[in-house]
Design a protein around this ligand. Structure first.
Ligand code: IPE
Ligand code: IPE
Ligand code: MG
Length: 249
């Protein structure tokens, strides 16, 4: 079943699941002599633009990396500014998302967040839960390794309680314990760096990867279109030969 799904995706022109490492906010600001936080503010506007563009292009799932499990190491003032921005965005954007049929889901270890942020997240998820046009995942306090470990822990708990037989734990079943079970078709990283930085480690095992030099605050719908164009030009082989992809019988 997983193979069939992948085979269908080998021929689809719009990526089903796009994930973006939104990088470059700090450099955008410092190169202009502004404090880094201003880059994050501008970055929030780029999120809004990109969400709209992705929905209008027919992307089904958009997963945005907003705050990694390693970003706590940043200066306290930057971390708290990012938390404030996240709260403000939830307050400001939830209604807009709901009106546009976009369902919001937050991926990550939310237990580290303040009560008020957790409450806002839960409310925003609840208020947008009937959105069927696009799923918007915001990865916050997310780490790819954290995701795999929490999935392993949940699967182990189900095995211990008898809800799951260990021999039934295959790749598909394991994925169902992850924060997002769907494979990523197109992974984009802005800001010029070429690394994964502990994003979706399991889900990107067969992603096409597109690196853009655009700093996140400057990201536009044209940049997204370039990435989609790149994706359209790829031949996704999933281990097969080119001839097999062309004629999958
Ligand atoms: C990405 O931009 C946003 C977050 C990680 C929260 P950065 O803040 O990492 O920007 P650079 O990489 O320092 O330019
Ligand atoms: C990755 O960017 C995390 C997010 C975009 C939220 P970073 O800027 O934190 O990544 P590194 O530290 O440069 O690898
Ligand atoms: Mg960065």
């Amino acid at each position: 079943m997983q193979i069939r799904q992948k085979d269908e995706r080998a021929h689809s022109s719009v990526p089903h699941h796009v994930a973006i490492i939104m990088d470059g906010n700090g450099r955008w600001a410092t190169s202009r002599g502004f404090p880094r936080v201003m880059g994050h503010q501008k970055g929030a506007a780029a999120v809004r633009r990109t969400v709209e563009a992705a929905a209008s292009r027919g992307i089904a799932i958009l997963t945005l990396f907003a705050f990694s499990s390693e970003n706590w190491k940043r200066p306290r003032t930057e971390v708290s500014a990012l938390m404030q921005l996240f709260m403000r965005a939830l307050d400001k954007e939830t209604e807009h998302l709901r009106e546009n049929g976009i369902r919001l889901h937050v991926l990550g270890d939310v237990s580290a967040f303040s009560d008020s942020l957790r409450q806002r997240i839960a409310q925003a998820e609840e208020r947008t839960r009937d959105g069927h046009r696009m799923l918007l995942n915001i990865a916050a306090n997310y780490g790819g390794r954290w995701d795999i470990v929490q999935a392993a822990r949940a699967a182990a708990a189900d095995i211990a309680s008898g809800r799951l037989e260990s021999h039934d734990l295959n790749e598909e079943r394991f994925a169902s314990y992850l924060a997002e079970k769907e494979d990523v078709d197109l992974l984009i990283r802005t800001g010029g760096e070429k690394r994964i930085s502990n994003f979706l480690m399991w889900q990107t095992s067969y992603s096409e990867i597109y690196f853009s030099d655009t700093l996140w605050p400057d990201y536009s719908s044209q940049d997204l279109d370039l990435a989609i164009e790149f994706f359209r030009g790829r031949e996704r082989r999933f281990g097969m030969t080119s001839a097999q992809v062309a004629d999958p019988r």
